[in-house]
Design a protein around this ligand. Structure first.
Ligand code: SAH
Ligand code: MG
Length: 216
């Protein structure tokens, strides 16, 4: 958490409950150690869904479909393509999507996010909103393809970009095994901020997020 723990906990505590189904699913995910979008990320997504009213959404990184079901719940009339490559999670995501009743709105695509988005781009697919929440080391290579897949005026969101604040550390203060991912995420933040087709804000909420609009 980047803001101090007490402030973040306070904000989360007044942000209200989600639907009982989502509350259950989130609890189960926490108990099983499955990654789910944090509360601050949820309220930002809720805001964007209400404000921007995206219809076609692409998500990279389904895990067990908590965030996809969340977007289907609060997005009104949405269609969500969501990509996951980890078999165990795919199996659980399928069960959750089915029991959520959103199987008509959520299309789970099995495979490596990079190859799947390239195929989608080749098929001239276009989205109103894209949520990047898959392999952090790959964000930089997802970006150009995601830009192609995003319509002008569309919103691009990426999650977990600040590593709980560790992004500001020098590479030597980062554990050796984390250095590559650290350098790549820094480069991603630089590239997305300087991109002339995007207007981007980096938000120090949850684990750090970027929010971009494709302006041309
Ligand atoms: N969006 C989910 C959490 C995603 S966690 C939620 O909030 O409910 C990140 C997920 O990305 C993990 O399940 C991981 O298996 C998946 N992932 C990582 N690398 C991937 C890749 N190359 N292709 C597809 N999925 C990937
Ligand atoms: Mg995440």
């Amino acid at each position: 958490m980047i803001t101090d723990e007490r402030t973040a906990t306070f904000i989360d505590s007044i942000s209200g409950l989600n639907t009982p189904y989502l509350e259950e699913l989130e609890k189960k995910a926490h108990a099983e150690g499955i990654p789910v979008i944090r509360r601050a990320t949820q309220s930002l997504l809720k805001f964007i869904l209400a404000d921007h009213k995206p219809e076609n959404i692409l998500e990279l990184g389904t895990a067990t479909a908590y965030s996809a079901i969340f977007m289907a719940t609060y997005g009104g009339n949405v269609h969500i393509d969501t990509i996951e490559n980890y078999e165990k999670r795919i199996a659980e995501a399928k069960i959750n999507i089915e029991s959520s009743g959103f199987e008509g709105a959520i299309n789970l695509i099995e495979g490596d996010a990079q190859s799947v988005i390239e195929e989608l781009a080749a098929g001239a697919k276009s989205y109103d909103m894209i949520f990047i929440d898959a392999a952090k080391a790959q964000y930089l290579s997802y970006l150009p393809v995601c830009k192609k897949l995003l319509r002008v005026g569309g919103i691009l969101i990426s999650d977990n970009v600040l590593f709980d604040g560790d992004i500001i550390l020098s590479r030597f203060a980062v554990r050796r095994r984390d250095r590559t991912i650290h350098a790549r995420m820094r480069e991603y933040l630089r590239v997305i901020s300087e991109d002339e087709e995007l207007v981007t804000t980096i938000l120090p909420i949850a684990d750090g997020m970027t929010l971009s609009v494709k302006c041309r």
